[in-house]
Design a protein around this ligand. Structure first.
Ligand SMILES: [Cu+2]
Length: 474
């Protein structure tokens, strides 16, 4: 090993020498993992097409998988190799506010060539992901996303439930030209005022696979992550009946989705257990009909020729619980949030920078969405509420627009209470909840994490066109 000649390096080496016997692990283990977002090329579509110019973490699309055990410290140094500022946001992690990666709220944006150290211990096991929170529409569309897997404290659940292996699928969506390059401009007012930048090419872990090889009799844990800017997914595993065991990272009582259809909003995650109950050599279709007129085959589920079948597995048990605070619904204060604006939304006027403006004047500034009548200007995060630390809150989200919005709260998870007045008693926690047009969704949570936390639509084209604000907890 070569020791750095710097004073810091020598001190660290000395400390390691004198304390090695006393410490359970060398202090070098604290060195951050470096993550470098930078321009790169990726073979997103078949070899008959050119490679696509993308932005990727460490030049990869998706970025490298970060794995940490629940409660263990993760240290990552963001080393910005992009031609514009960026940050890292750890989607769904209930972390200290200063680590949340929101420019102008929790940190300054990291300039090109500069770095920033993130370190935190994820309190919850589950499937999460990381992405930029700067110029998100462009940085997301160019490919900046990666998986963060927080493992359960031990392997007892996987063993008890006969899980043979696990896979993580990052679903991506790209709007490409005939030459397989990103269609420009990246953001248009048309996309911003409608459903966001929905693309024409779906990738799974950065390319288009023909088939998913499986083996008869096995039970697979499949971690699904929707990293698309704007595309929703509704997946059907033909011939199979997957168990949903976690949503947005958090365990749920296992259930089988209706008709096996697994819905993922932008930023949403679902963990499935799939029993490969068919015969060797069989093939099935994994299809996506989130947009029914544009339903398509994502890939084939392809059984290997060899292997004996095993009997059907029993229903899985629930994943070990994470330490989420349970909201006190009886004592909770209700906060109403109206989602407004967009094309065909009927919004007459809203406030931007303290001035009331008509929709046309707003649109001329690229702003078309509002929360409770307030449009967030560039770099602005209007205050949606001041929350008392430790108190329970109900959020009543009312969508008065013509588009669905995946609404994301930072630093907390909330429990889905009701949709359109109908109670939902499945006990599902979310960090991002779909609010459909003309629909009302009620969620509840404990404001137990101090700081300023964004609450926004996770379609970045909507967020950047005004649909964002923050809750101050403290
Ligand atoms: Cu939206």
């Amino acid at each position: 090993m070569t020791l750095s000649p710097t004073r810091r390096g020598l001190l660290r080496a000395a400390a390691a020498g004198s304390l090695a016997a006393a410490l359970p692990r060398p202090v070098f283990a604290e060195s951050p993992r470096v993550l470098t977002p930078r321009p790169a090329e990726a073979q997103l579509v078949g070899p008959s097409y050119p490679k696509t110019a993308v932005w990727g973490y460490d030049g990869k699309v998706p970025g490298p998988t970060l794995r940490v055990r629940r409660g263990e410290r993760l240290a990552v140094r963001l080393d910005n190799g992009l031609p514009q500022p960026t940050t890292l946001h750890w989607h769904g992690i209930r972390l200290p506010n200063a680590m949340d990666g929101v420019p102008g709220v929790t940190q300054a944006a990291v300039a090109p060539g500069e770095s920033f150290d993130y370190a935190f211990a994820p309190p919850d096991a589950g499937t999460y992901w990381y992405h930029s929170h700067v110029n998100s529409a462009e940085q997301g569309a160019r490919g900046l996303a990666g998986p963060l897997i927080v493992e359960e404290p031990d392997g007892a659940w996987a063993e008890a439930n006969g899980v043979d292996r696990e896979e993580t699928w990052l679903l991506g969506d790209w709007r490409l030209t005939d030459e397989a390059q990103l269609a420009e401009p990246i953001t248009t007012l048309m996309d911003a005022s409608h459903g966001g930048r929905i693309g024409n090419t779906v990738t799974l872990n950065g390319f288009i696979p023909e088939a998913w090889p499986v083996t008869a009799g096995e039970r697979v844990r499949l971690r699904l992550v929707n990293t698309a800017n704007a595309r929703f997914f509704a997946l059907t595993f033909e011939g199979h009946d997957p168990w949903v065991v976690a949503v947005d990272g958090q365990p749920c009582p296992p259930f089988q989705a209706s008709q096996g259809r697994i819905v993922l909003a932008p930023a949403g995650r679902v963990d499935l257990l799939i029993d490969m109950t068919a015969e060797p050599g069989q093939r099935f279709t994994l299809s996506d009909d989130a947009y029914p007129r544009n339903a398509y085959r994502l890939l084939d589920i392809a059984y290997a020729e060899a292997a004996g079948t095993r009997p059907r597995r029993p229903a899985p048990s629930a994943l070990p619980a994470n330490p989420l605070p349970e909201p006190d619904l009886g004592a909770a204060e209700t906060l109403e949030i109206a989602l407004e604006g967009g094309a065909m939304g009927g919004l007459a006027e809203a406030r931007l920078g303290g001035k009331t403006m008509g929709l046309r004047a707003l649109a001329q500034q690229g702003k078309v969405w509002a929360l409770n009548g307030v449009v967030a200007g560039d770099g602005e995060h209007p205050l949606l509420g001041e929350l008392a630390l430790g108190r329970s809150y109900r959020l009543l989200l009312e969508n008065r627009t013509a588009f669905p919005h995946p609404m994301h709260l930072h630093g907390h998870h909330f429990r889905l209470i009701a949709r359109d007045g109908r109670e939902d008693d499945r006990g599902i926690w979310h960090d991002t909840v779909i609010v459909n047009p003309d629909s009302r969704v009620e969620v509840a949570f404990v404001a137990d994490n101090p700081g300023d936390w964004l609450f926004h639509c996770h379609v970045p084209e909507h967020m950047m066109a005004g649909m964002t604000g923050l809750f101050r907890v403290g």
